[in-house]
Design a protein around this ligand. Structure first.
Ligand SMILES: *Cc1c(COP(=O)(O)O)cnc(C)c1O
Length: 370
């Protein structure tokens, strides 16, 4: 049996006629940039996130960068974030001209540990970027409390967490802004690059809209430095077709997660640590990530047996070569470093079959001699 990490083909076959129709609509209209499809998606995603504004961007990485710039985070400022994330989180901080300050994670959720944030705050701290990793929100109530006390902005990196909730609150409700990625592999994926900022803050929304079009306001007059980062009409039209299915897909992901956890407990036992949904959270399982010893050997074994897995992420950001000038060294953030050596994400997508999950778990059990 072959089990891919992700297979988007079945979903495309289901939506094919609708997708082709809307693409034909865009091409027939000859309106390709910032038209009605983008507007509709911005309104729908903002409403879904329980906030007032959505600002479509070229991708999720630019969404973080633009949100920081709109919040006036720049040179001389420090931004607190987690090192256990995709590169783009740290990259956006540096591109905005600010300095990333990495804070270690909670070993259970893999998200930034709110207990460690205050010790990292200095007079230069301007913002916090919690990342809702794997589809589970960070402890936003605690983080919002800390931000309020120290007068800091919050940009939630929700690239992996559209639809996630924390004590009934959506992504974007407690932060100054939140950012989504619609990269094809994300829970709501375009057929190319796309992203969005959502915010309740009118000023941040207005500034973000100006920054994504070269800082142009009115047209051809530039008072801030922006660049070209827009969500295009074709991607927005595709996302408008997919968006009504998102909640059903999240439910299917949750069911697959439950099946994995049940099978792993039964067949493998304590050789694996299964992911935990913290009380009050609605986890949308962008990834189903286990912790294991002999992780690299297990991954190799599974690959030989036809099972694809991924390591998100093998090297935390504080020890990435590109950030060496920040002065961190190995051992500085031990919980993130340990997670980087033990985390393994299993195949996860709404169309994954139970037989495939049974096969994956049987092969893990075989590897550990269970
Ligand atoms: C995917 C991702 C991004 C970047 O999104 P792009 O659309 O690929 O630019 C940022 N942060 C995290 C945590 C991500 O997973």
């Amino acid at each position: 049996m072959k089990v891919p990490m992700l297979d988007l083909s079945e979903q495309y076959q289901e939506l094919r006629s609708e997708v082709l129709e809307v693409l034909d609509g865009v091409m027939s209209s000859s309106r390709f940039i910032l038209g009605d499809n983008v507007k509709k998606l911005e309104q729908d995603v903002a409403k879904y996130s329980n906030v007032a504004h959505g600002i479509g961007c070229g991708n999720g990485s630019d969404a973080i960068h633009i949100a920081l710039q709109a919040l006036e985070v720049g040179p001389g400022d420090e931004v607190i974030t987690t090192p256990f994330t995709f590169f783009a989180t740290g990259g956006a901080i540096v591109r905005a001209g600010a300095k990333p300050v990495y804070v270690d994670i909670d070993p259970v959720t893999f998200n930034i540990d709110p207990d460690k944030i205050e010790a990292a705050i200095t007079e230069n701290t301007k913002a916090i970027i919690p990342v809702h990793l794997y589809g589970q929100m960070a402890d936003m109530e605690r983080i919002a409390e800390i931000a309020k006390k120290h007068n800091l902005a919050i940009v939630e990196d929700a690239a992996q967490a559209i639809g996630a909730k924390h004590n009934g609150k959506s992504v974007g409700e407690l932060g100054s802004a939140a950012t989504y990625s619609f990269f094809p592999t994300k829970n709501l994926g375009a057929y190319g690059d796309a992203g969005m900022i959502v915010t309740n803050n009118d000023d941040v929304a207005e500034k973000s809209k100006v920054i994504r079009v070269h800082g142009s306001k009115p047209k051809y007059y530039h008072s801030v430095l922006g660049y070209n980062s827009r969500l295009d009409e074709m991607q927005a039209a595709i996302l408008n077709v997919k968006f009504p299915h998102l909640d059903r897909w999240s439910e299917l992901r949750r069911q697959k997660a439950e099946t994995y956890t049940h099978l792993l407990k039964e067949m493998v036992g304590d050789a694996v640590v299964t992911p935990i949904e913290k009380e009050g959270n609605y986890h949308v399982f962008h990834q189903y990530t286990i912790r294991v010893e002999k992780r690299d050997e297990l991954q190799k074994y599974l690959q030989e047996q036809g099972v694809s897995t991924m390591i998100y992420y093998p090297l935390p950001l504080h020890i990435q070569p590109v950030f060496k000038d920040l002065g961190y060294k190995e051992g500085d953030l031990p919980i993130s470093e340990k997670a980087a050596n033990e985390a393994l994400s299993l195949p996860m997508f709404p169309e994954l079959k139970t037989e495939q999950q049974e096969y994956v778990v049987a092969k893990i059990a075989e590897f550990y001699g269970k």
